[in-house]
Design a protein around this ligand. Structure first.
Ligand SMILES: [Zn+2]
Length: 388
């Protein structure tokens, strides 16, 4: 007897898989059910408590050959198992107890994105897993919310194995059942400004790292304005509300005491490269701008990159999803997903799932019950059309 769909979602929400905590209990929950349904299950451990899970059924996709452009049949369904924290948020019910209210189900991860994971698990007994002509792959990842780290490590491991996956990929992030085929990436850069400490009564004997940081901030502001007016390719301009590289100064930390000239100030900057852009080139441009200020004392370090994603229009998977889509047009997500990393495996990802990104990450996050059930139909239809 399979568990009721909302009970499966309740089980999943009850695992408090915030990115700072282990994800393995939820990974085991999902893996055990896939294994019981007859799928091959592989756990890729990234570190203790953190693992990605790959479950497959049907004939294995042939290993990669030299050419990258070959389209491989079958489908990959992917979702992340971690959720954002709840600390400090004004929840009106326990975030880790799925709570029905009207037509919605509330809980941390209810829409982002355990609803899609629950739909997959609930659909398992109904999928023709023993009769697949093409490979079905489920890729469950960890640490998406902190920069798509889990999928990055998984992709590195699969590339090292020479493993090929089906070209079509669906990530069930909450899009209110709209289809997204692209999103910008996200790069995080740390800028360290160095000065010379001195007693504040004799500031002329030191050099203030904070004042230097002020000049760096000015350079960043001018760079952001220049990027804003650099027009993107017309395809991206049609898809994106902001078809340029956006830049945000996220945090700044400097100084230790009011009576010391500060010798160090650290600025963390995030920017969002568009598909096709070379992140290193953007970092080089940023470095030139901020080191113009005082190169010797300013250091720029690229800390992490979540790649952008762009999938061609008119894929077969898009055709299947259109039957379920709320919006006639195909759009772009403002947020990054694991799809950018998966592109390195030659995957063409579409983002489409139950729940709204507008309520994700907030207190009282919810998924509409109707969309949760719709997601099961989507899983069945996608598997039916791509793998049977
Ligand atoms: Zn998400």
């Amino acid at each position: 007897m399979s568990r009721d769909l909302t009970a499966v979602l309740a089980d999943m929400v009850a695992f408090p898989t915030v990115s700072s905590a282990p994800v393995t209990a939820l990974a085991d929950y999902i893996a055990d059910r896939c294994e019981a349904a007859g799928m091959r299950v592989e756990r890729y451990e990234s570190e203790p408590g953190k693992c990605n899970v790959v479950c497959t059924a049907g004939p294995m996709t042939e290993r990669r050959t030299g050419s990258k452009d070959v389209s491989r049949p079958g489908v990959v369904l992917s979702g992340h198992m971690d959720v954002v924290p709840v600390v400090g948020q004004p929840w009106t019910s326990d975030p880790f107890t799925l709570t029905p209210r009207g037509d919605n189900l509330h809980g941390r991860g209810a829409c982002d994105m355990k609803a899609f994971l629950a739909a997959i698990v609930h659909a398992l007994p109904k999928l023709p897993l023993k009769h697949l002509k093409h490979e079905l792959v489920f890729a469950f990842t960890h640490d998406e919310e902190t920069g798509c780290n889990g999928s990055r490590l998984l992709v590195e491991q699969l590339l090292a194995e020479g493993r090929a996956l089906p070209t079509s990929c669906l990530i069930g992030e909450p899009t209110s059942l709209g289809i997204f085929r692209m999103h910008p990436g996200h790069a995080v850069v740390r800028i360290t400004c160095r000065g010379q400490a001195a007693h504040s009564s004799k500031p002329d004997l030191g050099r203030s790292a904070i004042l230097l940081a002020g000049r760096v901030l000015g350079a960043l502001e001018r760079l952001a304005a220049d990027w804003r007016t650099t027009s993107a390719d017309p395809v991206l301009a049609a898809l994106l509300e902001r078809p340029f590289v956006v830049l945000n100064v996220g945090t700044i930390h400097g100084g230790n005491a009011i009576n010391i000239v500060p010798d160090r100030c650290v600025i963390d900057v995030g920017f969002r490269p568009l598909p096709g852009m070379i992140v290193d080139d953007l970092v080089r441009e940023l470095t030139e701008r901020v080191t113009e200020v005082h190169s010797r004392d300013v250091e720029v370090e690229l800390q992490r990159v979540t790649p952008a994603m762009l999938t061609p229009e008119g894929t077969a998977l898009e055709g299947v999803l259109r039957g379920f889509s709320r919006a006639p047009q195909i759009g772009a997500a403002a947020f990054a997903t694991d799809g950018g990393n998966l592109e390195r495996l030659g995957l063409n990802t579409l983002v489409f799932g139950p729940g709204s990104i507008d309520v994700a990450h907030k207190a009282d996050e919810f998924v509409p019950v109707a969309e949760l059930y719709r997601a099961v139909d989507v899983v069945e239809a996608v598997v039916g059309s791509r793998c049977v």
